[in-house]
Design a binder for this molecule. Structure first.
Ligand code: PEP
Ligand code: MG
Length: 902
């Protein structure tokens, strides 16, 4: 029989699939003997059963009863008792953290009778009724689906009529009245009484938490974070401890290291006399954790010990939620904490220095995406800037954009192409859409652990929070700060590293990590402004150096010009995996191709080719010189013809107009006839690649000659060019065989004439059609190497036109879950990946050790890189900018695989 309920003492941290992250970690802390309030976890399996059947599994009732009784016996208190009632919280907790996206109900077990018991237990009637009204409010909103504004409004009304400035000024009597008013709201809005039976409250809350897995905002969050929809959430039922029992109580969040910088020390927020989510919601500004030492040295010392224990146990940065109830410390949650990109690199290397982790583990904890964030430009410190305010830097980066004050404005302005900064008093989960749309987030309230901070850090978005000089007047559409009134649409700039907020546009410069990548560690250190930056550069360098040491795959770049090649080489590219020669004919040079393609007869074509030779030779000399000593794959021409020929409609109109007004240019008329003749309905599936090479005799031979002559020229000059000739869009071995024979002939001829060896130049092909992948064993007979063109392979495997579909219907496909991400961005491992694997296997069956690489866009995508490592490719090739990211990811792929087998 399935077990749906696990006591905290039954589970451990490795059971996240079943118990969710929160449940697994509560269990782990319990096992470690840390002070966790007694409780239990209802598994994600129960949630999946609920989603499948539309009701809770029948056995769950009994299991919950047994587990609740155990808590009651442990604590010697009964749920909903009218002496010393046990109260519980019901909290969501999925495998992957989804901060604030799902529901929580606190104070379950309170009713008209037990509220008196709580008064007795706490000696504080005000507290008891405040807890009760919070329960009705939370339960009403989350479980009964009543508009939360109704409760908030009643609370405001009460404060107004009794003349209370804040919630805290309400007396017990006022709160008692409020409870009655809240119950009336429940009656009116839901057509039923607020449930008095504690068990009914508990069951309904459990069901509501399961239901909250599928709210719109939770689905949106998962789509963005690429969390599968079918995992479900666990539910944690935890006995309540109270942080709002007076000045010796409080609640807080802490980190074992600073999640923004990575430095070790005492980081966190503490809010005396407060309950539950008050800290995370960012509603009241918090104290720094260090101040707890003055307020309650014993709890502080115990907390510090628990922090050290957890960091040692998890061997990573942990974040911890805790409550002090009348001087007694309780831990309510821990997890491996989210961190900024800079913190990730520092923490990883520091933990390695402390011998808590190996360097292989260190690199597995720094992602390519995080490195990518560090490469973003930032504000020019020398530019003139108007400082508006300075607040807490909660998530780094530099954002410039128009002020927007809510989701609707954010979506409207970004749809119109604007960049925006979301400015809010504080954020809550409903602001997620606006946060996604914005480049940065600025709030007036809240600390580093507020919702805005946590979510922005998770998304790698710049955020500045707790700017208390900022007055956000949403109703008036205004933001007042530093004596100015700004309106939606005014431009501001946020510096997520310093917490500064500037008026207007501020120019940006290369990030220090970019300087390091491009010019080396010494140059980076010399240019760095402070020790903070220097320590970051050293950490990044150590991680990248280790990744370079352990990675099996080489990293090359896609580069078409000598300048691109130099840039790529500076970033650590170990060759060129794809030079698209058609890109050498953009702009002015387009006419050369046009002339060649439209040439009438052998003579015209020969003349067109002869003109091309010196151009191409010079191109290749430049490229091979820049990549001296490194393999340089030059792909023979693969021009989608529609991009290189005059547009049929334009030309037809021009000719028609000219004819109507006295006669067209004979050249245009001839051109029109030729373009009509070559017009294709599906040019991306038409006369491209090797097909064009075979159709236009002499074209490929000319390019091979240019490569050969460039190589001769450089070798004679004592250089070491390493060209590799690549044939595009091969579908049949015969296509490759014809081109290869011709190419070998040209190489032999140029070699013989010059006396320079050219028989070492490899000739290989792209594998970018399903047929090529499936007949790879045949194609390998004629190929010295394979390079997977996963752009075309994705296009032809899915039948998705790469130029059209992303804009046409991908949004919908992502919405309804056909896709979780565009297959043009991250390799579709199941489909396209299976063809890549078949291609590698087939090719190596014929030629063991056949060199294989990838040069589609996926070569720079972190997840895809891990796939390519797994199927045994020798290299990935990506745009120069992504080379450092690919080096790191290739290292991580190698390190994690070794870990897995160790
Ligand atoms: C590919 O198809 O993946 C590829 C690299 O070639 P192109 O993008 O030039 O078609
Ligand atoms: Mg292609």
């Amino acid at each position: 029989m399935t077990t749906y309920v696990y006591r905290f003492s039954d589970g451990d941290k490795d059971q996240k699939d079943l118990l969710g992250g929160k449940g697994a970690n509560l269990a782990e802390m319990t096992r470690l003997g840390l002070p966790v309030p007694p409780g239990f976890t209802i598994t994600t399996e129960a949630c999946r059963a609920y989603m499948r059947d539309g009701r809770l599994p029948a056995e769950l009732r009994v299991e919950v009863t047994l587990a609740v009784r155990e808590i009651e016996d442990t604590l010697g208190r009964r749920l909903g008792d009218f002496h010393e009632p046990l109260l519980v919280s019901v909290r969501s907790g999925a495998k992957f953290s989804m901060p604030g996206m799902m529901e929580t109900v606190l104070n379950i077990g309170l009713n008209d009778a037990s509220v008196k018991g709580l008064t007795e237990f706490s000696g504080d009637e005000r507290f008891a009724y405040d807890s009760y009204r919070r329960l009705i409010q939370m339960f009403g909103k989350t479980v009964l689906g009543i508009d939360g504004e109704l409760f908030a409004h009643a609370l405001d009304e009460k404060k107004r009529t009794v003349g209370a400035a804040t919630d805290v000024d309400l007396l017990a009597q006022h709160l008692r009245e409020l409870v009655e008013e809240y119950k009336e709201i429940v009656r009116r809005e839901s057509g039923r009484e607020f449930p008095q039976h504690p068990r009914e409250q508990l069951d309904m809350a459990i069901e509501a938490v399961f239901g909250s897995w599928n709210t719109d905002r939770a689905r949106l969050y998962r789509r963005r974070e690429r969390i599968p929809n079918d995992l479900g959430t666990a539910v944690n039922v935890v006995s309540m401890v109270f942080g709002n029992l007076g000045e010796t109580s409080g609640t807080g969040v802490c980190f074992t290291r600073d999640p923004s910088t990575g430095h070790s020390g005492v980081y966190g927020d503490y809010l005396p006399n407060a309950q539950g989510e008050d800290v995370v919601a960012g509603i009241r500004n918090t104290l720094q954790l260090a101040e707890l030492e003055l307020l309650d040295p014993t709890s502080y010392a115990e907390l510090r010990q628990a922090m050290r224990r957890l960091e040692t146990h998890y061997r990573d940065l942990c974040d911890i939620e805790f409550t002090v109830e009348r001087g007694k410390l309780w831990l309510l949650q821990t997890r491996v904490g989210k961190r900024t990109a800079a913190a990730a690199f520092r923490i990883a290397t520091e933990l390695a220095d402390e011998h808590l982790i190996t360097m292989d583990e260190a690199i597995s904890r720094c992602t390519g995406a995080q490195l990518g964030q560090l490469l973003f430009p930032r504000f020019d410190p020398d530019a003139e800037r108007v400082l508006l305010t300075r607040a807490m830097p909660a998530s780094p980066g530099a954002a410039v954009g128009e002020i927007v004050l809510d989701n609707a404005q954010a979506l409207e302005r970004t749809a119109a192409g604007a960049r925006v900064v979301l400015v809010r008093r504080e954020t809550n989960p409903d602001d997620l859409q606006g946060m996604i749309a914005a480049d940065g987030v600025l709030t007036a309230r809240g600390g580093k652990t507020s919702h805005a901070a946590v979510v922005a850090r998770g998304m790698g978005k710049c955020a500045v929070v707790g700017a208390d000089e900022l007055l956000v007047d949403h109703a008036a559409g205004e933001v007042r700060v530093a004596g100015r009134t700004l309106r939606a649409g005014d431009v501001i700039a946020l510096d997520g590293r310093t917490g500064e907020v500037f008026l207007g546009d501020v120019p940006v410069v290369d990030s220090p990590v970019m300087v390091y990548i491009a010019d080396g560690l010494e140059a980076g250190l010399a240019a760095a402004e402070d020790d903070e930056t220097r320590s970051l550069l050293v950490a990044v360098d150590r991680v990248l150096t280790h990744a370079d040491e352990v990675r099996r795959m080489r990293v090359r770049a896609n580069a078409d010009t000598a300048e691109d090649a130099r840039r790529a080489r500076a970033r650590g590219a170990e060759g060129i995996g794809l030079c698209r020669t058609e890109h050498q004919f953009l702009g002015d040079r387009k006419r050369y191709l046009e002339r060649l393609v439209l040439a009438d007869g052998d003579e015209e074509r020969a003349a067109a080719l002869a003109d091309l030779l010196p151009l191409q030779r010079a191109d290749f000399v430049g490229l091979l010189e820049a990549m001296d000593g490194l393999p340089t794959t030059i792909r023979l021409l693969d021009p989608p013809l529609h991009e290189f020929l005059p547009d049929l409609t334009d030309l037809a109109v021009r000719v028609a107009v000219a004819e109507a007004t006295g006669g067209a240019d004979p050249h245009d008329v001839q051109l029109l006839a030729a373009v009509r003749h070559m017009h294709e309905q599906n040019p991306m599936l038409g006369l491209r690649g090797v097909r064009l090479g075979l159709k236009l005799p002499g074209l490929f031979a000319l390019q091979v000659r240019a490569i050969a002559e460039a190589t001769v020229e450089l070798r004679r000059a004592g250089r070491d060019p390493q060209p590799e000739i690549m044939v595009p869009l091969v579908g049949s071995v015969r296509e490759l065989q014809i081109v290869r024979e011709e190419a070998l002939g040209v190489l032999a001829e140029v070699g013989a004439a010059s006396g320079v060896r050219l028989d070492d130049v490899p000739i290989g092909c792209m594998i970018e059609l399903p047929r090529a992948a499936l007949t790879a064993h045949r194609i390998a007979e004629e190929a010295d190497f394979f390079s997977f063109g996963t752009n075309d392979l994705t296009q032809t495997t899915w039948g998705f036109s790469r130029d059209d579909v992303e804009g046409a219907f991908f949004a919908q496909y992502l919405e309804n879950g056909v896709l979780t991400i565009s297959p043009f961005e991250t390799l579709d491992a199941d489909g396209v990946g299976a063809l890549v694997e078949a291609g590698v296997t087939g090719g190596r069956a014929t030629k063991p050790g056949l060199k294989t690489g990838v040069c589609g866009e996926h070569g720079g995508d972190p997840e895809s890189i891990h796939f390519f490592h797994d199927v045994g490719l020798d290299y990935v090739s990506c745009s120069p900018f992504r080379v450092p990211v690919a080096r790191l990811e290739a290292g991580r792929a190698a390190a994690s695989r070794e870990d897995a087998t160790a």
